[in-house]
Design a protein around this ligand. Structure first.
Ligand code: KIV
Length: 271
């Protein structure tokens, strides 16, 4: 048997497929997932990318922020998700302080890939030295700019970023830098739609938005927000897909369809 035969048979999406979707103007749908049951359901409903986000610290573990989430937590939840999916691409978050140096980032990313089964790791901020070093070790990286939940104690509150001209210019400059450092995907969280559009147009890598308007190359939401099972305040950029659906499966299918048709996010979900 050739060493490539399992790759040839596999239906699991690759970064090349997502890149191809961007080039073809097909919008990429993504949701967070934290366990096997939801992973299988989302996968079958056609979600392209499953993000094992450290948002699990809030929606699964009940913490007030993502800061208490450990690398072990992330490896465990990534295992559950990657095991159950058949076609979706899996990204896992590097949690708070797990990428303080390029070497630490690479070693922890390797664990998320080797033990967790992730295809790519995501880290917050324009951490170009860490990105470059991971890419040199053949680790696929997704950068994350805009609102950075791991910086909540520095920020003071969860708020839209890049509203002032100089902040917007910095986010755009950082987006270009992370692409140059080798990131193959970018998540933009809570920034003005016009800024996200500019970044998506300038970058050749897929740009996935959450609270970043309809002109990104794809959309991601926290699963529990769109299923309306998160406690507390609902983010304005999310949408309750259970309102019109008879089941969770139908709700997820509706989300995928609305992302593909660019019906989500609407103006009311954008800044
Ligand atoms: O942890 C997470 O769920 C995320 C998304 C909000 C993008 O990073």
């Amino acid at each position: 048997m050739s060493q490539y035969s399992s790759i040839a048979k596999a239906k699991i999406k690759s970064i090349a497929d997502l890149q191809q979707m961007k080039q073809a103007g097909q919008k990429i749908s993504s949701l967070t997932a934290y366990d096997a049951s939801f992973s299988a359901l989302l996968d079958q409903a056609g979600v392209d990318v499953l993000l094992v986000g450290d948002s699990l610290g809030m929606v699964v573990q009940g913490h007030a922020s993502t800061l208490p989430v450990t690398l072990q937590d992330m490896i465990y939840h990534t295992q559950l998700v990657s095991r159950a999916r058949q076609q979706a691409f899996v990204i896992a978050d590097l949690p708070f302080m797990s990428s303080a140096s390029p070497m630490q980032a690479a070693e922890n990313a390797a664990l998320l890939i080797q033990q967790g089964g992730a295809q790519m790791v995501k880290l917050e901020g324009a951490r170009c030295a860490a990105i470059e070093f991971m890419v040199q070790q053949a680790i696929p990286v997704c950068a994350h700019l805009g609102l950075l939940p791991q910086s909540i104690y520095q920020l003071g509150k969860y708020a839209v970023q890049g509203k002032q001209e100089d902040d917007a210019a910095k986010i755009l400059a950082d987006a270009i830098k992370v692409e140059q450092a080798g990131a193959q995907m970018l998540v933009l969280e809570c920034i003005p739609a016009a800024l996200a559009q500019k970044i998506s147009e300038q970058l050749s890598i897929p740009v996935i938005g959450i609270g970043a308007g309809v002109d990104c190359d794809g959309q991601v939401l926290v699963l529990y927000d769109m299923l309306d099972i998160s406690l507390g305040r609902k983010p304005r950029f999310s949408k309750n897909y259970m309102q019109q659906a008879g089941s969770i499966f139908e709700a997820v299918q509706a989300y995928v369809a609305e992302v593909r048709e660019q019906k989500f996010p609407a103006q009311e979900h954008s800044f």
